[in-house]
Write a protein that binds this ligand. Structure first.
Ligand SMILES: [Zn+2]
Length: 478
C-alpha cells in the first residue's frame, strides 16, 4: 500500500512539474466569467456581421461594430490604420508584455445562405460568411476584452492589442499592417480560425502569390478580315495551355490556379483584350518563387505566339505560417481544460442534415479536443495573411469547431452554421481558449521566452520581405 501511495504522489508530482496539471486559476475563472458576461453582445455582433456579409475592403459596418464595441469596453481605438479604412487597432494597458490578437471579418461573394441546413440563399447571388470570419473577429475581441478586464483589475500587467484585419479573403490586408509597423514591439500574437475540428494549430500554411496578366492585341472582323486581327483570346488560351502542360513538372506541394476574368466579348470579333488572374502556391516561399518566375515567362511566350502585347501586374503575395509549438502546447492545455463543446439534439440534427446535403457521412458534430499534432514539413490546406504576421512576431494559433465534420469550406454550409448556435458555441470556445492562453503568456515569463526563442530559431537568418511593392493597398479595386 505504502509503495503504491508513494508511486501515486510521484506520479502526480511528475504530472504537475511537466505541466499537465493545469488548473482553473482565479484569472482563468475570471476569463470564463467575462466571456459569459459578454456572450449576448458577442453573439449579437457576430450575427450582425454575418448578415452584413461585407467582402474585402467593403467591411465598413463589420469593422465599425467591432471597433465600437472595443471602444465601449475601454480600449483606445485607432481606425483606418495602414491606409485601409476598415483596418483598426484597439489597445488597452501599458508596458510589457504586449500581447496582440487578430480578428478578421470579411465575407465571400456568391455564397449567401440562410441559417438552414439545406441550400437556400438569404440574398440570391449575395455574399456569405463561408469562412466564419464573423465568428473569428468577434471571438477574438471577446478574448481581448476578457484580458483587458484582468489588466484593469490589476490582476495582469501589460498591454493587450486587438487587430481588426480586413480583406483576408482577397487582398490580404495584414500585409499592409505589417508594413506599417503595427506589430513592432509586440511580444506574441494570438490567432484562431473557425473549423470543423477543435485543436491547437501547429501546422503551417501555403505561401502564395497573386498576379494578373493582360493581353492586348488588335480587333478585327472575325470572318471578313481576321488577318487584320491579333487575338488576345488566342494569347490567353495559349497561356493557360502552357500552365496546364507545366503541371506535370511541378512538385506535388505546388498549386497553380487561374481565373479568366475577360476572355473576349463576342464571337464575331477578334478580341483585342483578355485578362486572367493567376495564383501560385507552395508550402514554402522559396519553392514558390521559381514557379512564379516560370509562369510569368509563359505569359511572354503566349504573347509572342499570338503576336500580342502583355502586361503582368502583381496583386499580392503572402508567406507560409511560421509555426510556434511552444505556444501551441500552452493552447492545447487550455483547450483540454475547457473540454469539448456539447450540442443539443437539434444542433446534431442540423449538422447531420448538412452532411447529408453535401454528400458526407452523417456523423454529426465533432468538438473533441484533438491531441497536439506533429508539425508537418509540407502541410496541405490553404493560405492566410497570418503568415506574414508570423514572420515578424510569434503567432499562437488554434481552430474551433463551428460546423459539422467534413463540411466543405467556403461554402453555403459554413455560412448556415456561422449564423446560428453551432457557430456561436465555437466562437465562445475560441474566446475562452485564446484568453486563457493569453493569461499564461502574461503570467509566465518563461513561457513567453520559450515562444519567442522558438520564433527566433525557426526564423533563423531569413529576412522578412513582403513580395508586394511599395505603395498603398488596393482599396477600392474589387
Ligand atoms: Zn478564413
Amino acid at each position: 500500500m505504502k509503495t503504491k501511495s508513494i508511486l501515486m504522489v510521484c506520479l502526480l508530482f511528475g504530472l504537475y512539474t511537466t505541466g499537465f496539471a493545469q488548473k482553473w486559476t482565479k484569472n482563468k475563472k475570471a476569463v470564463k466569467q467575462s466571456v459569459e458576461n459578454h456572450k449576448t453582445d458577442l453573439i449579437a455582433i457576430s450575427d450582425q456581421i454575418w448578415e452584413a456579409a461585407e467582402i474585402a475592403f467593403q467591411e465598413k459596418k463589420s469593422s465599425k461594430l467591432l471597433a465600437d464595441y472595443a471602444e465601449q469596453n475601454g480600449f483606445r481605438v485607432e481606425r483606418g490604420v495602414a491606409e485601409m479604412p476598415t483596418a483598426f487597432v484597439a489597445t488597452y494597458g501599458s508596458g510589457s508584455p504586449v500581447i496582440g490578437i487578430l480578428g478578421e471579418f470579411d465575407a465571400l461573394p456568391g455564397i449567401s445562405q440562410k441559417t438552414k441546413p439545406t441550400k437556400d440563399p438569404l440574398v440570391p447571388g449575395g455574399n456569405g460568411h463561408g469562412c466564419g470570419h464573423n465568428l473569428f473577429g468577434t471571438g477574438s475581441l471577446g478574448a481581448a476584452i476578457a484580458v483587458k478586464e484582468l489588466i484593469a483589475a490589476g490582476k495582469l500587467k501589460g498591454t493587450v492589442k486587438f487587430y481588426g484585419t480586413p480583406a483576408e479573403e482577397k487582398f490580404f490586408g495584414k500585409i499592409w499592417m505589417v508594413k506599417a509597423g503595427l506589430f513592432d514591439g509586440v511580444d506574441a500574437v494570438m490567432d484562431w480560425h473557425p473549423s470543423a475540428t477543435t485543436k491547437a494549430d501547429v501546422q503551417s500554411t501555403l505561401a502564395l502569390v497573386d498576379f494578373i496578366v493582360e493581353f492586348n492585341g488588335q480587333a478585327a472582323h472575325a470572318s471578313a478580315d481576321p488577318w487584320n486581327g491579333r487575338s488576345a483570346s488566342d494569347a490567353l488560351e495559349l497561356y493557360t495551355t502552357g500552365i496546364n502542360y507545366y503541371r506535370e513538372h511541378i512538385k506535388p506541394t505546388v498549386r497553380i490556379h487561374y481565373h479568366i476574368q475577360d476572355g473576349g466579348q463576342v464571337v464575331n470579333v477578334v478580341s483585342d483584350y483578355s485578362k486572367i488572374w493567376v495564383r501560385v502556391r507552395d508550402t514554402k516561399r522559396e519553392g514558390m518563387m521559381p514557379v512564379y518566375e516560370r509562369v510569368q515567362k509563359m505569359a511572354e511566350g503566349a504573347a509572342i505566339m499570338a503576336n500580342t502585347d502583355y502586361k503582368i501586374s502583381l496583386v499580392s503575395g503572402i508567406y507560409e505560417i511560421l509555426v510556434n509549438r511552444s505556444g501551441g502546447e500552452a493552447m492545447q492545455k487550455n483547450l483540454e481544460m475547457l473540454g469539448p463543446i456539447s450540442y443539443t439534439e437539434e444542433e446534431e440534427a442540423f449538422g447531420k442534415k448538412i452532411q447529408e446535403m453535401t454528400g458526407k457521412k452523417q456523423i454529426g458534430m465533432d468538438s473533441s479536443i484533438n491531441p497536439l499534432e506533429e508539425t508537418l514539413e509540407n502541410p496541405g490546406g490553404g493560405s492566410t495573411d497570418v503568415g506574414d504576421v508570423s514572420w515578424v512576431v510569434p503567432v499562437v494559433r488554434m481552430g474551433a469547431t463551428v460546423a459539422p465534420k467534413d463540411t466543405p469550406w467556403h461554402s453555403w454550409a459554413v455560412v448556415a452554421c456561422g449564423g446560428m448556435s453551432i457557430g456561436h458555441k465555437g466562437m465562445i470556445q475560441a474566446s475562452n481558449a485564446l484568453a486563457m492562453t493569453m493569461v499564461d503568456l502574461y503570467e509566465d515569463p518563461k513561457l513567453l521566452k520559450r515562444v519567442k526563442d522558438e520564433f527566433k530559431k525557426r526564423k533563423g537568418n531569413t529576412v522578412y520581405e513582403s513580395i508586394i511593392p511599395e505603395g498603398p493597398p488596393p482599396v477600392g479595386s474589387n
